[in-house]
Structures are given as structure tokens and as C-alpha cells.
Design a protein around this ligand. Structure first.
Ligand SMILES: *Cc1c(COP(=O)(O)O)cnc(C)c1O
Length: 381
């Protein structure tokens, strides 16, 4: 089955009792048993729910994995992965990381005796310097947020395999349409389903996809034991959203390319960060592991003034100023004062996250309108 067919058909079947073509929202917490223990595979909705099962199977298929598990948020999914570890264990993570991931690692799990090393993964061989007998997990995110760096998944998977360390990839930015980390050697794929998979900015959810049966059992145990599971209504909304994932992503990529080119040629724009440019430092890796380059773009302004960035953001209309990304509508954000405000200025600037940096999640509107919107806003400075 090809990707678009999977998006629509994988994991879902007409409802056996009525023939309803769409998976019903099984809005129930419990299931009647004929005799103690004699049930139809469903006992309690924290453990299993048929709407969630359909979504989990669909997500597994999209990532070419065997097992899918859904959580009440992306962070709920991350929480479950780290809870497989024990005090004294060590994790090697990308240093250019989603702020919430950095927060749960350092502010929650370090208190439980898990040690995190944040490293630049541009050179996969350098990871070996941090590996010791306590290293249990490597955590990567690519493309990174908001600098759009690309990490070589295959190269890191090789290091992980050599040392028998689990390797997890946060695939939120790329989506399974653009990149399948399990095929590239990763053990765990994690998603903030809230973003492109849901795709309509109306659900908060997370997911994990794995191939290994034992790993799936461990994660399913935590999913049930810790209880960060999504409700059936949200699972229905995501199943519905995923049916158009492939055509949404095609348009996100097409619009991303148009907007990146427009910004690159604009006299008031300084740098444009988008992995589809041939002079992007990791272009060859992006080309190797991604099918296209996506609709996430960051750019800076000449003169690098925060007031100018503010002016642009205040004067954009189709690009709504808001946190999050990956919805059908275009969004814009100011990482230095919004998502990455908790990182000290000097630290931020070391990776290029300067005051005038603006991040765009290019939606699926008509590109001409989006260009016009940016053109008018940039004229205000
Ligand atoms: C949003 C996001 C998360 C967290 O997901 P939530 O659904 O907001 O909990 C994790 N990683 C990345 C890359 C994200 O963009």
C-alpha cells in the first residue's frame, strides 16, 4: 500500500455492527463482560478503546512500524519513553531541541536521577565521546526547531546499534510523509500529533511508533499504568485529519518552497533557514533522508532589530501570531520571546537564534496571498 492509500485505509474498517464507514467515536469508559474475563478484547478505556486502536494502527502503518501508541500530548509520549529508564541511566540528546522536551528532561527527569547530555549532532561520531555503560537512549529531533538543522538519522542509528543503545527520533516536524526514522534505523519514533498529523489546530495529542514487540509491551505497560491516554473524540479528529495528510503535506512543501524563495530575494531579509536550499549546510542529508523539505521556515531581518521583528509579526494577517505549527492555516512566531524565551540570550545567539528571527509555519492557503501578506508586513519596517 502506498502512503496516500495508507493514510485513508490503514487500521480502519467499516464498523462491523452497522457498516458505518467512518470509525465511530466509542465514547465509553468500560465494556460489558459476559462472564468474568470473558470480553471482546476491551475492558476499560485507559487500556484500550476501539477508536484509539484504529488510530494507533493507522499511525503504525504510516511510519512503517508494527506498533502504535497514542498519548494525551506529545509530552505525554516523551514522558512514557523516558519512564522506561532507571535512576543512574544516561541520555544523549540533540542540543537544538523543542523547548518542552528540554524542560521535561532537565526539570522533571533529572530529579529522578536520569542524566542528560545535550550535544551538537552535526558530527555523529562525536556522540561516542558521551557514551558509557550507563547510556541507554539517544534522542534526536530533525529538522530542528527553529533553526532547521538536519541530523543524519542513519549515521546516528549506526552509532546506537554499535553500542546497543535505544535511538528515538522526534519526527514531528518532518511527519511520516517526508521521513520514516524506523526505516533509517531508529528504534522509536515519537510525534506531537498536535501538529501536522492532526493538521487542523484542534487537538493536542502524542504518539509513539516502534517495531520491536518487547519495546511495544514496555511502552503499552507505561501507557496504561501512567494513564496519559487520549479520549476517543480526539482520536476520531486525528483519524479524520490524517486522511488528507499526504495532500496537505504536498501543499505545505510547495508553499514552503515558494515562500522560502520569496524571502531569500527580499531586500529586508537577512538569512533564511529552510533545508531545501542547496546552500543549507545539511542539504545533502535532507535530500538523502527526506522526500521533500516541508513548510517550516525561519528567517532574520537585516539590522537584527527586535522592534522590526515585532512590526512584521503585528502586521501579518494570514500568518496568525501563535504558538504551534503544522495546521492548514499559516502561523508565525517569535522564538526569542515566545518558545525559546527561557534560554539565555547568549546561548540562543550561539546557535543563530537572534532577536529578529521569525519562524513561519507555512499553511496550505494560496501562496500568492501568503507572499502578499509577507510583502506588506515587511514594508512596515
Ligand atoms: C509541539 C512539540 C512537542 C510537544 O508536543 P505537545 O503535543 O505540545 O505536547 C514535541 N516536539 C516537537 C518537535 C514539537 O513541535
Amino acid at each position: 500500500m502506498k502512503f496516500g492509500t495508507k493514510a485513508i485505509h490503514a487500521g480502519v474498517e467499516p464498523d462491523p455492527s452497522t457498516g458505518a464507514i467512518m470509525t465511530p467515536i466509542y465514547q465509553t469508559s468500560t465494556y460489558v463482560q459476559r462472564s468474568p474475563g470473558d470480553h471482546k478484547g476491551y475492558e476499560y478505556s485507559r487500556t484500550h478503546n476501539p477508536t484509539r486502536t484504529a488510530l494507533q494502527n493507522n499511525l503504525a502503518a504510516l511510519e512503517n512500524g508494527k506498533h502504535g501508541l497514542c498519548f494525551s500530548s506529545g509530552l505525554g509520549a516523551i514522558d512514557a519513553i523516558i519512564k522506561m529508564l532507571n535512576p543512574g541511566d544516561e541520555v544523549i540528546s540533540t542540543n537544538d531541541l523543542y523547548g518542552g522536551s528540554y524542560r521535561i528532561f532537565t526539570k522533571v527527569f533529572e530529579r529522578y536521577g536520569i542524566k542528560f547530555h545535550f550535544v551538537n549532532m552535526d558530527d555523529p561520531a562525536s556522540i561516542s565521546n558521551y557514551i558509557n555503560e550507563n547510556t541507554k537512549l539517544i534522542w534526536a529531533e530533525t529538522p530542528t526547531n527553529p533553526m532547521m538543522n538536519i541530523i543524519d538519522i542513519e549515521a546516528i542509528a549506526e552509532v546506537a546499534k554499535k553500542h546497543q543503545i535505544l535511538f528515538a527520533v522526534d519526527n514531528t516536524f518532518a511527519t511520516p510523509f517526508l521521513q520514516n526514522p524506523l526505516d533509517l534505523g531508529a528504534d522509536i519514533v515519537m510525534h506531537s500529533v498536535t501538529k501536522y498529523l492532526g493538521g487542523h489546530s484542534d487537538v493536542v495529542m502524542g504518539a509513539i511508533i516502534v517495531n520491536d514487540d518487547e519495546l511495544a509491551d514496555k511502552l503499552a505497560f507505561i501507557q496504561n499504568a501512567c494513564g496519559a491516554t487520549p479520549g476517543p473524540q480526539d482520536c476520531f479528529l486525528v483519524l479524520r485529519g490524517i486522511k488528507t495528510l499526504h495532500i496537505r503535506m504536498e501543499r505545505h512543501c510547495q508553499n514552503g518552497k515558494t515562500i522560502a524563495a520569496f524571502l531569500k530575494n527580499h531586500p529586508k531579509v537577512d538569512k533564511v533557514y529552510w533545508p531545501g536550499f542547496e546552500n543549507h549546510p545539511n542539504y545533502h542529508i535532507a535530500k538523502k533522508q527526506m522526500r521533500d523539505f516541508g513548510g517550516m521556515i525561519s528567517f532574520t531581518l537585516k539590522g537584527n532589530k527586535i522592534e522590526d521583528a515585532r512590526k512584521v509579526l503585528e502586521n501579518l494577517h494570514y500568518f496568525a501570531l501563535a504558538e504551534s505549527l503544522g495546521g492548514v492555516e499559516s502561523l508565525c512566531g517569535h522564538p526569542a520571546s515566545m518558545t525559546h524565551a527561557s534560554i539565555p540570550k547568549e546561548e540562543r545567539e550561539k546557535v543563530g537564534l537572534v532577536d529578529s528571527l521569525i519562524r513561519l509555519s507555512v499553511g496550505i492557503e494560496d501562496a500568492e496571498d501568503l507572499k502578499e501578506d509577507l510583502k506588506k508586513a515587511l514594508e512596515m519596517i
